[in-house]
Design a protein around this ligand. Structure first.
Ligand SMILES: [Zn+2]
Length: 296
């Protein structure tokens, strides 16, 4: 049946006009952007790249000067979650507030994507999973599937966006492989475990894990942990100190000073993606800083 014939058929029916109106509203609705909320802006960034003009993305954690481990929700966060069709959380206790909000505003049609579960990370693992090279490809594949099921009209666009995104990871993977070939086995130290998965991917030998966990959880490292940490810097046993400027306290600031006076290069890293960049350039700029530090 041709569209005009459907319209005349509907007009002849008793509630034809109402039916027509409902059809038109339905058509309008199918053109509406898919509403996505991401707990962290690096996932929001990837969601935007994958969805393009067909999605509307809101990210909650966006400030690279704030400690995400101390984040609490407000009314705007709750509203954004209530209106979302897709909710992306990192999981394994990094953003428990997001799952709480999701549960507080139940909607059986809302699709929750827990990124940790996509890479089989479990509670107790390092929660900064977006520093693992495995994470974004897994999220991209999953999200493309979800978008295609919610909005099949744009399936071709989503597939093309996925291919483009996966290709954009090429330079990042090449950089990781090149640094690993040159610097695998290097002893390194960090004030907080944010760079952990990337450090593993580079083949580095990370020290001071107990100290780092205390800083992440906003608790005091033991005297022994602090002493060992300081000795690693003073004796230059470690070649780099990764400094998370988003999660600091007097102890991390002091270690930064110790590294400076010992001549151990400091590489600044952040949990949250800085403004005016995107995932791949952000990661590449940090890897450039690593290369520069190890080359000096
Ligand atoms: Zn952290």
């Amino acid at each position: 049946m041709k569209p005009l014939m459907i319209i005349s058929f509907l007009r002849s029916a008793r509630f034809g006009w109402i039916a027509l109106l409902v059809l038109m509203l339905g058509a309008l609705n199918s053109n509406a952007a898919v509403n996505i909320i991401a707990a962290e802006n690096f996932y929001g960034d990837v969601a935007q790249q994958l969805g393009g003009d067909n999605v509307h993305v809101t990210s909650i954690l966006t400030n690279p000067d704030q400690d995400p481990h101390l984040f609490t929700v407000n009314v705007d966060t709750a509203k954004a979650v209530a209106n979302a069709q897709i909710v992306i959380t990192s999981g394994i206790d990094y953003d428990p507030w997001m799952s709480d909000l999701d549960a507080a505003h139940p909607n059986p049609k809302r699709i929750a994507i827990n990124v940790s579960s996509l890479i089989h990370a479990v509670n107790g693992d390092n929660p900064h999973i977006w520093y693992s090279p495995r994470t974004m490809p897994a999220l991209a594949e999953k999200l493309t599937g979800v978008l295609t099921s919610l909005d099949p009209v744009h399936a071709d666009t989503y597939r093309a966006n996925l291919a483009k995104f996966l290709a954009s990871l090429g330079p990042l993977n090449e950089k990781i492989a090149a640094l690993r070939a040159k610097y695998s086995g290097t002893d390194v130290l960090a004030t907080e475990p944010v760079f952990g998965y990337m450090s593993d991917a580079l083949g580095f030998k990370m020290h001071g894990m107990g100290f780092q966990e205390h800083v992440m959880n906003n608790t005091e490292p033991t005297a022994q942990e602090s002493e060992e940490f300081e000795t690693l810097l003073k004796t230059k046993k470690v070649k780099v100190l990764f400094y998370n400027g988003q999660v600091t306290d007097p102890v991390t600031s002091r270690m930064q000073e110790v590294a400076k006076s010992a001549g151990v290069p400091i590489v600044g890293v952040t949990e949250t993606e800085p403004a005016h960049t995107s995932y791949v350039p952000w990661m590449l700029s940090q890897l450039d800083a690593v290369e520069k530090a190890l080359g000096s």
